[in-house]
Ligand binder design. Structure first.
Ligand code: SAH
Ligand code: SF4
Length: 407
């Protein structure tokens, strides 16, 4: 039977979920149990590389250590998928439950839907093709060897959202709470486990999957900054490189300024959604706190890496922000920046006072921006039929009953 040493346990994390703890804390815990430090590494490996669901699965740890961890009140604590809905386009939306019973939604956009590279745009698809080179030829010849080579997971950062954008269904929930780092990264682990995705090229897997992450689910990541960035660090251990992650913010200035200083950081997308403060204020009240000029100034502090752009998301709302005059205003705002525009046709929600712009208007808007030399892409909606598209996440339990429920 193993004993714990009192002195060391004082630095160790409190009993509870282990998933979410970084290596130094796992090591402190292990040392506190009077075990050699390398057991901490084994635990870390089991959590983030093997993505074990229970302590019993950690075969590298001796059985009596596993029992002691359990007796002390430690669990793996991965969030659990409790409901699944599948779209005709292959997208899956999950209701994921945390230990306290709160739920968020997470979306899986599988390979074969036309290329997702972090931000779901046509630009992303082009980048992806370029990068994959010969691999994509090999994949076309033998798709089974590259089963998830371009899948994207859309991750939530908060239960609900406080930002109150008028066109977004998540806003209707209000904010319930922040997710912890383990709960943010844990959504990814739960979804990867569901699809049995092997990420690491170790353990004899010559074709590790390349998964993209977008922090574009429920919540505002930059209002939960410390946990969001801690989750990014955990996810890089799984390993998913930060170059395959994109975070979207509605324009939280302190968050952008902190983000600019990070050495390990995803790509950035900013929900601009309007070409002047007046329109933006009417659809995104946060503009009253930080206006467009302040937002652009903060973005200018980000040291862009080689071949990196800032993406501006622009949700097209019929009759509100979609005229050619708006396009011209937008061009004037951002010309000279290393950026691209992702145009998102508004996805409808019940009782919302907006409508989709006509297709011809969307194309004209895109052409106008492209003509000014700014790359502009129309983002294809995914999983609209199951309310999994942008701005439609609001917890499956509250959705209309026509959903197809899988186990
Ligand atoms: N809170 C962050 C990330 C989540 S929202 C943010 O706002 O950036 C992800 C994207 O979906 C944002 O660009 C947002 O403007 C967009 N969006 C929200 N509601 C939408 C809707 N109903 N239709 C289309 N896009 C929407
Ligand atoms: Fe929150 Fe983003 Fe929705 Fe705005 S668009 S309410 S910031 S989730």
């Amino acid at each position: 039977m193993l004993n714990k040493t009192k002195d060391d346990t004082e630095k160790a994390p409190a009993p509870g979920p282990l998933f979410g703890l970084p290596l130094p804390e796992l090591t402190a815990l292990i040392k506190g149990l009077n075990q050699p430090a390398y057991r901490g590494k084994q635990l870390h490996e089991a959590l983030y590389r093997q993505r074990v669901a229970s302590l019993d699965e950690i075969s590298t740890l001796p059985a009596d250590l596993r029992e002691l961890l359990k007796a002390e009140g430690y669990t793996i604590g991965l969030p659990e998928i409790v409901q699944t809905a599948r779209s005709i386009d292959g997208t899956e939306r999950y209701l994921i439950r945390m230990a306290d019973g709160e739920t968020v939604e997470t979306v899986w956009m599988p390979d074969g839907d036309g290329g997702e590279r972090g931000d779901g745009s046509q630009a992303a698809e082009e980048e992806e093709k370029e990068e994959q080179g010969n691999n994509s030829i090999a994949a076309e010849q033998n798709p089974a060897a590259f089963p998830y080579r371009r899948s994207t997971i859309c991750v939530s950062s908060q239960v609900g959202c406080a930002v109150n954008c008028q066109f977004c269904l998540t806003a209707k929930l209000g904010i319930r709470r922040n997710l912890t780092a383990g709960e943010i990264a844990g959504q990814v682990a739960a979804v990867l486990n569901r699809h049995q995705v092997a990420l690491s090229s170790s353990r004899g897997n010559p074709n590790p999957a390349r998964i993209n992450l977008v922090f574009m689910g429920m919540g505002e990541p930059f209002l939960n900054y410390a946990n969001f960035i801690a989750a990014v660090r955990l996810l890089t251990q799984m390993p998913i490189p930060e170059s395959r992650m994109t975070v979207s913010t509605s324009g939280i200035l302190p968050g952008i300024l902190d983000f600019a200083k990070e050495t390990v950081r995803p790509k950035l997308a900013v929900s601009l959604n309007a070409s002047n403060d007046q329109v933006r204020e009417s659809i995104m009240p946060i503009t009253r706190k930080w206006n467009i000029a302040a937002l652009l100034e903060a973005l200018a502090t980000i040291p862009l890496r080689n071949r990196e752009w800032i993406t501006f998301e622009y949700v097209l709302l019929g009759g509100i922000n979609d005229s050619l005059q708006h396009a011209d205003e937008l061009i004037a705002l951002i010309s000279g920046m290393r950026c691209k525009i992702n145009l998102i046709v508004w996805n409808s929600g019940p009782n919302m006072p907006f409508h989709e712009p006509p297709q011809s208007g969307v194309s004209a808007f895109q052409k106008r921006i492209m003509a000014a030399g700014i790359p502009a892409y129309i983002r294809r909606p995914r999983g609209r039929d199951i309310y999994a598209a942008c701005g439609q996440l609001k917890r499956t339990v509250e959705q209309p009953p026509q959903l197809v429920e899988l186990a």
